[in-house]
Design a protein around this ligand. Structure first.
Ligand code: PMP
Length: 353
């Protein structure tokens, strides 16, 4: 059989994968360490029995969008839902970028922004962060004004650095950017402020969110955006018919009944983050301030890759960012349960020896 060649511009792209190694302590993919509430699981189970499985789901996912809109105090017409925020990002890039158009981002940042932009044929333009991974307003203006981007990304809190973008930087980008500005807020519940307050129908700003982290629903693949009505209308052009299955729509809607539980889990994770940060401060590692459920750190005296392997040998898996551009020797640890966090710190102490 003759193998048909993959599109030549895709051959150089390696996918964004974190190895799923079966170890006792998995702190590599920024998921929630806790299961969702047991009552929610029961409700999803009975929802599964009452769905008209022979019928297509509500194409507009109306009830789920109403629920999300109520949560954020916006209109359902300002909400678009899809299979994970990755699919939301893909839909935005399909709708507004593509061949011959520029997409701006500031590395190191979430790698899927560049990956999806390239897959849809757009040109990726990368601006620079400072050595401490903060971003200068002047650099935002320079890049955005000189490249006429169709879409510009800011990730806040930024994955993998954890840094929360100040409001002024997003306002600067909105003033300077000719196209869509996307603020990827996959980790916003852990951060002190959200760009949701800047969303309105007159501004080409989109905020993307996910059920994968704080809602303990990574397995479900559910994400959404909040943006201007016209932009949500435009998503019609790129979303596949019935792209969001009926069970997921119900599961997401049911989850919204458990906001109080979700917020309690967020507080637990932030407390766990503070304890890890305090422990790291006593060890020979460099860290950066995190507003997320993970912490980036760089061992001062041992190569990052060696520390990653030594942690793995002790049953603790963290994300190895040491080969990523601008992140030499850096590792990223997700905040887990108290036991997992303690196991990580104990293993790290040994690994740094
Ligand atoms: N944005 C950022 C910054 C992320 O870190 C992730 C998850 N790794 C996503 C988006 C995608 O999340 P999901 O597709 O699970 O909603």
């Amino acid at each position: 059989m003759t193998r048909v060649p993959l599109r030549s511009d895709l051959r150089a792209l390696s996918g964004y994968h974190s190895p799923q190694v079966d170890v006792p302590v998995r702190l590599n993919t920024n998921e929630a360490p806790f299961a969702p509430p047991a009552e929610w699981l029961d409700e999803v189970a009975s929802a599964a029995c009452s769905i008209a499985w022979n019928r297509y789901p509500d194409r507009a996912a109306r009830e789920l969008r109403e629920g999300i809109a109520a949560l954020h105090g916006v209109s359902p017409e300002q909400v678009f839902v899809a299979n994970g925020s990755n699919e939301v990002l893909q839909s935005i890039l399909l709708a507004y970028s593509g061949a011959g158009r520029n997409v701006v981002m500031f590395g190191p940042t979430y790698q899927m922004h560049a990956q999806i932009a390239r897959v849809v044929g757009a040109t990726v333009v990368e601006g620079k962060r400072n050595a401490d991974f903060t971003l200068d307003a002047a650099e935002i203006e320079r890049v955005v004004r000189s490249t006429d981007p169709a879409v510009s990304f800011i990730c806040s809190p930024n994955n993998p650095t954890g840094i929360v973008e100040p409001r002024e930087n997003i306002e600067t980008m909105l003033r300077a950017a000719p196209g869509i500005v996307v603020v990827d807020e996959a980790y916003a519940q852990f951060a002190p402020w959200s760009a949701l307050e800047l969303v309105n129908d007159e501004t080409p700003l989109v905020v993307t969110r996910t059920f994968s982290k704080t809602w303990s629903m990574a397995a479900a693949r559910l994400g959404y955006l909040v943006g201007p009505r016209w932009l949500v209308d435009d998503m019609e052009a790129v979303a596949l018919p019935y792209h969001l299955d009926a069970l997921k729509q119900r599961a997401g809607l049911l989850a919204l009944k458990y906001v109080v539980d979700m917020e309690a889990r967020v507080r637990d994770i932030v407390a766990g983050r503070d304890r890890i940060v305090a422990a790291l401060a006593t060890l020979p590692v460099t860290t950066w301030p995190s507003g997320a459920n993970f912490i980036l750190f760089r061992p001062d005296n041992v190569a990052g890759r060696d520390v990653w392997q030594r942690l793995l040998d002790r049953g603790v898996l963290v994300r190895d960012c040491s080969s990523w551009a601008g992140l030499t020797d850096c590792l990223r640890v997700t905040v887990g349960t108290d036991d997992e966090n303690e196991a990580f710190i104990a293993a790290l102490k040994e690994a740094l020896r």
